[in-house]
Write a protein that binds this ligand. Sequence first.
Ligand SMILES: O=P(O)(O)OC[C@H]1O[C@H](OP(=O)(O)OP(=O)(O)O)[C@H](O)[C@@H]1O
Ligand SMILES: Nc1ncnc2[nH]cnc12
Length: 176
Amino acid sequence: MPQDLDRLIAKSVRDVPDFPEPGVVFKDITPLLADSEVFGAVVAAVADHHRGATVDHVVGLEARGFIFAAPIALALGAAFVPVRKSGKLPSDTLSATYDLEYGTATVEMHTDAIAPGGRVLIVDDVLATGGTGRAAVDLVRRAGGTVVGFSVLMELAFLQGREKLADVELHALSVV
Ligand SMILES: O=P(O)(O)OC[C@H]1O[C@H](OP(=O)(O)OP(=O)(O)O)[C@H](O)[C@@H]1O
Ligand SMILES: Nc1ncnc2[nH]cnc12
């Protein structure tokens, strides 16, 4: 079944060359989101992978990570926590600045978002250079949480993001 899902994901994610800048091949997930069977299978596969572990919080990374993280949180009976681009969260925040495949960004999380010792699964759509993921892991740890896993729909292996996350259990449904 995982191999079938890998094939379905490959078929339903569209490559868009030179977006958002020349030289980047952008992985467009919108066709996958439009197919409720594949979208549902992705959510179920990530939730099933982590069902044995106690997950208290599922952290989603703005914006595309939210789309997957929220239903996965519901499926696991866990609290959904948003990590947002800077200036969007209204209360006290922790922040981290990082590089990604096409630029730099700052992300934030509410300081009180994670219960003390809370067990956290981080979810995003694409792992590219690993900058976003590294920032999210560091935010969760600074907030007092334990990262029990990091799940992505798709890992772009040639960008070696996995190397930045060597201290985390990384789970990719599809590797290209
Ligand atoms: O591994 P990295 O090199 O850090 O890249 C991966 C990140 O890049 C994309 O987000 P983006 O910042 O483009 O934001 P979006 O989800 O709002 O489109 C993607 O959704 C990941 O979060
Ligand atoms: N090539 C890519 N496609 C989609 N999202 C990305 N985030 C970083 N690099 C990306």
